[in-house]
Design a binder for this molecule. Structure first.
Ligand code: KJ1
Length: 353
């Protein structure tokens, strides 16, 4: 099964572009060979990732008779990288992602869609189901539990000081250090290898949940990740270096740092870590606290950021919840693809179709 995954130059998908609410998006489109499909599924990746995250899942979904749309989310891959924080930080938030998903569904003539997400994409899919209850009929999330909306603001600092010390890296990513350190193609390569579990020559890891990216370890050079082959790594490096030098961008005094002169291709993907307050403000308009459509949640038992225990209370807010577990780290989509696929397939056949 795993050998069936999409290759970077695979003919089973095409690269497509769409203008959505004023920004250009890139997405991968795959249709069953017959040309007929019984439904459409959208897949939403996380950080640091891109639409190609779903290479192991797409063939299985095609076999189920679905048309598959994998988007590069705002700031990623070949989608636009708007560089206008802090005024437009909402561009990188859940509401905007939901609006753009809805716009693409409309453009593709899909009145209803199934929506799957991983990592930040997991956050997006629950919210999209809350913003667009008539469009989204079913949701699955890999690794990411449901977080309720709230009427009081809790900052990332509050979460880290409280019950989520493993979110410490999010404070680092929201600041200027990581983007300043990842500049060249070589840096991007080392950064991605390290994020995907490659180690340095002394066997050290580059990323720790509490503290984030160890820039010194990264600069010393990272060994190959066990989760990608060379061609896949090349694809990712390209996706993360596509926009080259961004040139000057506005300083962000209200966020406490200044991004003028930032050049890293990845610089706007970390904007997702700067949206917490913007998301909070958007979500004051969400009145329903539940997700009422059927949801499949796949826990990765060894994820040290999105830890299984965070998902304990989820059932209270999601009446039609199916839970599955895979013995994997954060990169479950690639590490245990057969088990992830089996869980999705069973849920599709038992609950969705
Ligand atoms: C994870 C892991 C592992 C209340 C806000 C909830 C946000 C949840 C989404 C978190 C998204 C996120 O930060 N994902 C990045 C990176 C890398 C590699 C390892 N452990 O070595």
């Amino acid at each position: 099964m795993a050998t069936n995954k999409l290759r970077p130059d695979d003919k089973r998908f095409s690269h497509e572009y769409a203008q959505l609410n004023g920004h250009k998006y890139h997405y991968l489109l795959a249709k069953p060979e017959s040309g007929h499909f019984k439904g459409t599924i959208f897949l939403i990746h996380g950080w640091p990732d891109c639409s190609f995250a779903w290479r192991y899942q797409v063939p299985m979904l095609l076999e189920q008779g679905l048309r598959v749309v994998c988007m590069d989310m705002m700031g990623y891959g070949h989608t636009d990288v708007p560089k206008v924080p802090p005024e437009s930080i909402h561009l990188y938030g859940y509401k905007r992602a939901s609006d753009d998903i809805a716009a693409l569904a409309k453009e593709l003539g899909a009145p209803r869609i199934i929506l799957g997400g991983h990592d930040w994409g997991g956050m997006v899919v629950y919210r999209a189901a809350q913003w667009y209850p008539d469009l989204i009929t079913h949701v699955f999330s890999v690794c990411t539990p449901f977080f309720q909306t709230s009427t009081t603001y809790l900052s990332t600092q509050d979460l880290v000081a409280g019950y989520l010390p493993q979110f410490g890296y999010q404070l680092q990513l929201a600041g200027p250090d990581v983007e300043a350190a990842v500049q060249s193609k070589e840096d991007v390569t080392n950064f991605l290898k390290g994020m995907y579990g490659g180690r340095d020559k002394n066997g050290k890891v580059m990323f720790q949940p509490e503290t984030g990216v160890d820039v010194n370890v990264m600069k010393g050079g990272m060994g190959m990740t066990p989760l990608l082959d060379e061609k896949e790594l090349e694809y990712y490096v390209q996706a993360y270096t596509k926009s080259g030098i961004h040139g000057a961008c506005k300083p962000c005094p209200s966020l406490g740092y200044d991004l003028r002169g930032a050049t890293m291709a990845d610089d706007r993907t970390v904007n997702w870590y700067r949206t917490r307050e913007a998301n909070f403000k958007d979500e004051l308009k969400i009145t329903k606290t539940t997700v009422d459509v059927p949801v499949l949640f796949i826990i990765a038992t060894k994820d040290n950021v999105l830890k299984p225990e965070m998902a304990r209370g989820m059932g209270k807010h999601i009446p039609k919840l199916t839970r599955r577990e895979v013995p994997a780290s954060h990169w479950a989509l690639w590490q245990t693809p057969d088990k992830v696929n089996e869980a999705i397939k069973e849920w599709l056949q038992g609950v969705v179709f």
